[in-house]
Every structure is written in C-alpha cells, then in structure tokens.
Design a protein around this ligand. Sequence first.
Ligand code: C2E
Ligand code: CA
Ligand code: CA
Length: 484
Amino acid sequence: MADPTSTPRPRGVTTDGALSPAASGSPEQVLRAALAECQAAQEALRHDATHDALTGLPNRVLFLDRLAHAVERGRRHKEFRFAVLSLDLDRFKTVNDSLGVRVGDEVIVDHARRLEQCVRGEDMVARLSGDEFAILLESLADDADAGRVAERMLRSLSHPVDTREGTVFSTASIGIVLSSSGLEAGDDANVRLLQQASVAMSRAKAAGRGRYEMFDRGMQARAMARLRMETDLRTAVERGEFELYYQPMVQLESGRVTELEALLRWRHPTRGIVPPLDFIPLAEETGLIVPIGSWVLADACRQVREWQERFPREEPLTLSVNLSVKQIAQPDFVAHMVGIVRTSGLDPRCLKLEITESIAIDDPERTRGMLDELRGLGVRMYLDDFGTGYSSLGQLHRLSLDAIKIDRSFVMRMTEGPMHWQLVHTVRNLARNIGVTVIAEGVETAEQLAELRGLGCESAQGYLFSRPVPAGEMERMLERDPRW
Ligand code: C2E
Ligand code: CA
Ligand code: CA
C-alpha cells in the first residue's frame, strides 16, 4: 500500500542513495561537510525506520518503544495512567478493491490527519499496517477520558472523504485497554497491551462495527477459547472428525418414517461430541462451513442412497440437509451441489434442502434464481425454524417453498394454552392456502402429536419418535419400520 516514491528523501542524499559532492574547501572543511551529510543521512534513515512512509505517522516500532516507556512510568508512578487504543477501519478492503489502492491511500492519509486532531501533543497516533492504527493516550485525567477520545475519533472518521474517485464513507472500530486495569510483568507488557486493545477492537467489530469496546480479562479468555476452537475446526475437516446423526420425520397419516434429517456432530479428540450450535456459528464466520457443508451433503446422500437399496419401499426414503447462507453465497453453489448429488447416485427428487429466513432475505432475487435451478432438477426446499424470524409466509412464498418446519418453540407450548394452539392452527391454514406442506419440529409428547394430527399437519419430528442417532442406530430403526 505504501508508495515508496513519496518517502521524504533525507537532505544530502541523491536519488541513487549516494552522498552529493561535498562543498569544496580545505580538507578539514570538506571532511566536516561530509560528516554533516552523513549525520543527516543517518537521521533520515532512522526516521524512515520508525515512521510510516504514506502518512508520516510513527510506525509499530516507534509506537511499541514509546509504549514500553509508558509501561515503565506506570509501574513507577501509580498515578500515571494511560490508555492504548487499537483502531481499524471497517470494510476498508472494499474501498481498495472497488476504487483502487490509490483512493485507499487517500482515505488513509486523510484519516491519519483526523486522528491526529483528536489527540493532544503528548499522545501518539501510529499506523501499524494497512488500515490499522494505534493510539497511546498519556494525558488521561481519568479513565473515562479514553472513551471520550474514542467517541471523538469515531465521529471524526464518520465524515465523508473527498477523493479523486468521489466521496467515500467509512467507519472504524476501536478497542481500548487502560493501564489501570493492571500492567503485566515482563519485557513484553507493551506488546501484550497492544494485543489486548486489538482483542477489544475485534469485539467492537463483532458487536456491529462503528463503535468502541473496553478490554476486560474475560474477553481475553473468550478470544483464546475461540482461537483454539477455530484451529481445531480447521484440522477437523482433514482428520475426518465429523459424523452425521439422523433424525426421522414421521408422516402423520401413515405413522411411518418417510424422511431423515442429517444433523452434524463433531467428535472432538478431547472434548467428545460437540453439538452443532457450539461450532456452526464459528464455522460460518470463518467460511469453514463451505467445505464442511459439502462433506455433509456428500456423506448424507451416499448413506441414504445405500439405505434406499437395503430397505426398498414404494415411496423411497428421502433426505433433508441443512444449508448455510455462506454455502449459497458461493458463486458455483448450484453446479457444486449438483456434482455432489450426481456422484452419490441419489435421485435429486429424494433430496430436500432446509434453508432459513436469513438465506431467503439476504439476496432474494439471486436466492430465488438458484433455488429455481435446483428445483428444476427435482430438489425440494424447506423453510426451517419457521416463526423465529420476521418474514411473513407471503414474502417467503415467493421462493416457492415445498414445506415449512414450524419451530419447536411453538409446538412445545401448543398444549399449554389456546394462543399457541391458535398460532399453529393459523400457520397450518395459511400454508394450506398457498399449497405448502407443514412439518412440526420438536414433538416430545403424545398429547402434542394428537393435537398436530387434529390440525392436519402432514409430518412431525421430535424426541417422541427419536432423538438424532448415529447411522448404525438409524439403520436398526429403518429395519424395524416402526409405526406411530
Ligand atoms: P435444526 O435444523 O432446527 O435441527 C433440529 C434441532 O432440534 C436438532 O438439534 C435436534 O436435535 C433438535 N430437536 C429435534 N427434536 C427435538 C425435540 O423434540 N426436542 C428438543 N428440545 N430438540 C429437538 P441439533 O442437532 O443440535 O442441531 C442444531 C442446529 O444446528 C440445527 O437446527 C441446524 O440449524 C444446525 N445444523 C445441524 N447440522 C447442520 C448441518 O449439517 N449444516 C448446517 N448448516 N447446520 C446444521
Ligand atoms: Ca433443520
Ligand atoms: Ca429447525
């Protein structure tokens, strides 16, 4: 990103780095002049080594050096308080990618100047890398000042920047760590403070960007746990630690198992079985859900194809697989899916994909196009967890869904009072009007099952029939072919 040609060249040094011819005179004069130039060159080199070429701000080296001094002073004088801020521009990569690096540089320089204006002379604003800045506030009267400076910075950076390509809007996220929260022992206390500020900054990003967060120790522990989980998750794919459990869906008219939902489990080497809600959000954030999701589809299709052959029926057993937003966002999503299903030999008409409202709402036109393409091959679409989002059935119907799965929070309370019963009843009627099938999730009691039958729901799933079970156990159930 830094443009080397904009580096201020030290006086006395020519473009090729050689010293310029010294003034003529007595040998002593010549020597003195040469020495002076040498010193100037050294000075310039030192400046370059400690400053960022693009903005002229101190760089990481100088910042950490200054921070080390602040730590020393803080250890000696309890009343000396300071704060470290880690600041990162939000979605800056988009600016670089869409408007070009030169415009990105303009924005960085402009923001650097604004940040300098938000602090006092004794404070330091440094540029650590691309769009990452660090600020050392040494002039804290009290800890709350740090928050006030952060707010001032956020406000200042939120004003648009005029660039050669037009106006650019950006926001930033800030993490703050206070010296009063405890200075650690050791030579690298400065490095640690900067890391803690950065952890708090990541929290600010996760909490919605354009804001600041104060560091606390719990944050560090959570960040570490998350990092460990992420590392483990990356290797889990290669080591084959994933396993699929299956849960039956029962057709209420016949009382038979007609369909299986594949549910992911992670057999962690030390933690044992990890439930999906403990790792899928992280897998989605890191993008790891894409390879994991491909594995789920391939393995489930292969398995159900095998069961179809072992337990032949008039209406073959069908499979339902959960999809994540991240998978649909892949440019080659449809082709990729089709490839996996073809390889498995499963008839695409036996496959259902469970999507959530967020998928449907993110980019409705594109989603619709892709779902239509898959539907053209016979794949059907289910809307998962219906009732937990905000969209109406009418909006969702534009995606031409085949079924909706009523979330278990409704089913659970259905037998508790008339309101929830009425809700399920209304959903059932609405669905019937638009020709969509209804599947009830989380059925745990015989009473709930009776109510659902009375309402005319087509299918149900829940612990009453079976919990999600490993493939071996599911196989025995298919063999028994139970009726409810
Ligand atoms: P979901 O798709 O709503 O799956 C149903 C969840 O409800 C399962 O939890 C299941 O064990 C649980 N459940 C089923 N019947 C009952 C019941 O009668 N009572 C109660 N209390 N719970 C019941 P599980 O397996 O922990 O999965 C949780 C979520 O993780 C799933 O919710 C789904 O959103 C996600 N998930 C699971 N596997 C995958 C996968 O392969 N890919 C993706 N993207 N998400 C998955
Ligand atoms: Ca599901
Ligand atoms: Ca569900």
